[in-house]
Design a protein around this ligand. Structure first.
Ligand code: GDG
Length: 459
């Protein structure tokens, strides 16, 4: 088998494996080291005059190649089209979606630019694996440049229902570009169904069975590959954290306090405002818990140059101020809002020390935090996962308390149910979930995608 070439918007260079431990970056780096290969993408830097050549770093069998973006491309491709058009649209937020022809042109331009830099790095037997919504047109560009190697694409976000997608002026071009790949992977049945619906009803395409479809003159394979976590690693970290007692926040505070934890990039898709309101509803309806429960919300800032992200940041700060002002006492604040990121082992300590994992996105491709929370629990006294039905993870973890994040009373009731759930029931639910997570790991996700891609072309 040939080398692996990974293309993603951002490249994770393997300099700090400890910080990345257990994550997607390491899973991809491991696959690259096994097969040898290239990881190509944006460096994360913006330059007035980007270097005409990629920066190349070699780490054993892997070549990392990165380019800087110009200010124009950063504003129009990354912030503009990827994060102000595709991201909100794919998360069903038409109200936040801003289309512009100029941003779309830049999106196509950057995909072309990536291909221009990538071509000289390719070898004849390479398998090419492109990631996420930033780079949908990349495969088509490669085809136009004469590359006929197997190419796979994995979408980390949801794929929206046809009625939503067709609001995008360039919807047809986007789906046609997806069909230039040999293999397109989604997280869930829902995403796949939405894609097939479009293929049949908008693209005059056909479903041929055996995961194959025919559209825009091509045959391709479309399939679900639910992403997992390095379950073993999180289980180990969880067990270790029980002994270290480093999480000052959890250990130095009163022992009769029960913790709920939420960990999310500060993004409107994560349902943070609705979560706070549901928690407020819980406090209103169950005053016995005043002084006894605290929601720890970790929310590192994200995409701060996109105006909608500044808006949500302000809205959250106002909500939290109002809620804490309303309920707090001298010795108790209901919400501990931590606007920064933590090291992975600290995060696991928070997971392990929290009785409830409150994961309530309004829409989420998968949501890895939900899986990490479960894996970090103590098998003898596991916490309860309260999980949105709109997270991809809900499909694999039906034993969580599944909630509708828009139904504030429903979420408040689920919190109360989690607080009072008998140990036996907690253990039973946890056991079913951890068994699933031990099978559907990150390695399995990567290997099953690459195995399917290795069988291309499928005709
Ligand atoms: C996209 C899709 C899909 C968070 N805060 C800290 C930290 N994290 C880590 C978590 C988790 C990851 O970031 C977040 O992953 P999610 O899946 O929850 O969400 P997105 O970032 O939106 O990811 C999503 C995913 O891609 C994979 O396909 O599941 O649906 O939106 O691993 O642990 N890590 C550390 N400190 C933090 O403060 N170290």
């Amino acid at each position: 088998m040939g080398r692996l070439v990974v293309v993603s918007n951002r490249v994770s260079v393997a300099t700090d494996r400890k910080a990345q431990a257990g994550g997607l970056a390491v899973a991809l780096q491991d696959a690259l080291q096994q097969k040898g290969g290239v990881w190509f993408g944006w460096s994360g830097k913006v330059a007035t005059r980007p270097d005409p050549e990629p920066v190349i770093r070699q780490d054993r069998k892997v070549t990392y190649a990165t380019i800087d973006l110009s200010r124009k491309h950063y504003a129009e491709y990354y912030n503009g089209f990827a994060n102000r058009a595709l991201w909100p649209l794919f998360h069903y937020r038409l109200d936040l979606t801003a289309f512009s022809k100029q941003n779309y042109s830049s999106y196509l331009e950057v995909n072309k630019l990536f291909v221009g830099h990538l071509l000289p790095l390719l070898k004849p037997d390479d398998l090419i694996w492109v990631h996420d919504y930033h780079l949908i047109p990349l495969g088509q560009e490669l085809r136009q440049a004469g590359i006929d190697r197997p190419m796979g694409f994995f979408l980390h976000t949801p794929f929206p229902a046809m009625e939503i997608l067709t609001a995008l002026p360039s919807h047809r071009a986007i789906v046609q570009a997806l069909c230039a790949y040999d293999l397109v992977g989604f997280h869930t049945e829902n995403d796949l169904r939405a894609f097939l619906d479009y293929i049949v009803h908008e693209a005059e395409g056909g479903i041929m069975g055996n995961h194959l479809i025919r559209a825009f003159g091509r045959t391709l394979r479309v399939e679900i590959f639910p992403i997992g976590i390095d379950t073993e690693d999180f289980e180990k970290l969880g067990a270790r954290s029980a002994k270290t007692k480093k999480a000052a926040l959890l250990h130095n505070l009163p022992s009769d306090r029960t913790w709920l934890i939420g960990v999310d990039r500060l993004d409107y898709s994560k349902g943070l405002v609705e979560r706070l309101r549901a928690f407020e509803r819980f406090l209103e309806r169950y005053p016995d818990y005043h002084g006894k429960v605290t929601l720890v919300q970790i929310a590192p800032l994200s995409r701060t140059e996109v105006p909608e992200y500044m808006d949500i940041q302000h809205e959250l700060a106002a909500e939290i101020g109002q809620l804490n002002g309303r309920f707090a006492d001298f010795d108790w604040v209901p919400i501990n809002y931590l606007n920064r990121s933590f090291k992975r082992d600290q995060l696991v300590e928070f997971y392990r020390g929290s009785r409830i994992g409150l994961i309530t996105p309004l829409r989420d491709g998968m949501n890895l935090v939900a899986k990490e929370y479960v894996a970090a629990q103590d098998s003898d006294d596991p916490g309860v996962l309260v999980l949105s039905r709109f997270a991809g993870a809900a499909r694999e973890l039906p034993e969580a308390l599944i909630v509708n994040p828009f139904d504030l009373d429903g979420v408040a009731d689920a919190i109360r149910r989690a607080m009072t759930m008998p140990l036996e029931e907690r253990k039973e639910r946890w056991k079913a979930m951890i068994e699933t997570l031990r099978v559907n790991t990150l390695t399995r996700w990567r290997e099953s995608f690459l195995e399917a891609l290795g069988q291309a072309p499928y005709e």
